[in-house]
Design a protein around this ligand. Structure first.
Ligand SMILES: Nc1ncnc2c1ncn2[C@@H]1O[C@H](COP(=O)(O)OP(=O)(O)OP(=O)(O)O)[C@@H](O)[C@H]1O
Length: 265
């Protein structure tokens, strides 16, 4: 059931790669909802369909079957241009493990890029860029190029770039996968503050149970299906290390289940 607070509704989402005997069912009839301002962590063993889910939600790949609706609007038709390009540009922000900044551009030029490409007026671009760099704590580094920034700072630039156009959803694929634990914690705290200050909804793929403790909800995939799901309030205790052990145990439980019994609930 969708409610009025829904920012994303996914129904029956299926992705099959390849043909005939080479077919791989990467996503298998997935239903998923995201509420406004919610942070959902996507976990699961290697090959369980996590990246495929982000690619479909991001409009980078068409589904084989199923539907996606963002912010109560129309169901997306991913086979049509220019709709899919507009959807990507307006609705989605992407953050990647390896930052994917343009090395020849400064931090502020990287952040401004989505608005420049969208043809926004210069004054508006400058004001929003300054605001975003301030929000991610990098006002002092605005003229630096990526090579002159630490990994954590580069990811801050990438987050500012992903959010400057106020997307409905931020999609992040292992956003702390290339950072040490201290920088990871800083980036996760930054994402929480973006949620608190901007009401930003996020879907984050991670292998790391500690990272998953930052989610309001954890959704576990196996073989292209959602096989387990729980919200943060069900995880007892405030200590992140203890909570990550709980998440790891749930992850191990779904990884060890025989395939014929993969659907838990
Ligand atoms: N372009 C493609 N062509 C064919 N098969 C693909 C393609 N992309 C993904 N797959 C297959 O789809 C399945 C799901 O892959 P996906 O990358 O979504 O998994 P994942 O959960 O993100 O894995 P990991 O944790 O290793 O990144 C895998 O079996 C993978 O081999």
């Amino acid at each position: 059931m969708e409610d009025s607070n829904s920012i994303l509704a996914v129904r029956n989402l299926t992705k099959i790669y390849g043909k005939e005997q080479n077919q791989v069912v990467a996503l298998d009839h997935v239903d998923l909802d995201l509420a406004a301002g919610e942070i959902v962590m996507i976990m699961g063993p290697s090959g369980s369909g996590k990246t495929t889910l982000l690619q479909l939600l991001g409009g980078l790949e068409p589904p084989s079957e199923g539907r996606i609706k963002v912010t109560g609007g129309e169901w997306q038709n991913f086979y049509l241009e220019p709709e899919v390009s507009h959807y990507r540009r307006d609705m989605i922000g992407f953050v990647f493990q390896f930052f994917n900044l343009i090395s020849s551009l400064t931090a502020e030029e990287n952040v401004a890029l989505p608005l420049i490409l969208a043809g926004q007026p210069k004054k508006k671009v400058a004001a929003l860029t300054e605001e975003m760099l301030h929000l991610v704590g990098l006002s002092e580094r605005s003229k630096h190029r990526p090579a002159e920034l630490s990994g954590g700072q580069q990811q801050r630039v990438a987050i500012a770039r992903a959010l400057i156009h106020k997307p409905a959803i931020l999609l992040a694929d292992e956003p702390t996968g290339n950072l040490d634990s201290s920088n990871s914690a800083d980036i996760l705290e930054l994402l929480l503050s973006m949620r608190d200050q901007l009401g930003q909804s996020m879907l984050i793929v991670t292998h790391d149970p500690y990272v998953a403790t930052y989610g309001d909800r954890v959704v576990l995939f196996r073989d292209g299906r959602i096989v387990d799901e729980y919200s943060a309030e069900h995880i007892v205790g405030n200590d992140r290390n203890e909570r990550s052990i709980y998440i790891l145990e749930r992850l191990q439980a779904i990884s060890n289940k025989p395939r014929s019994h993969q659907v838990l609930a």
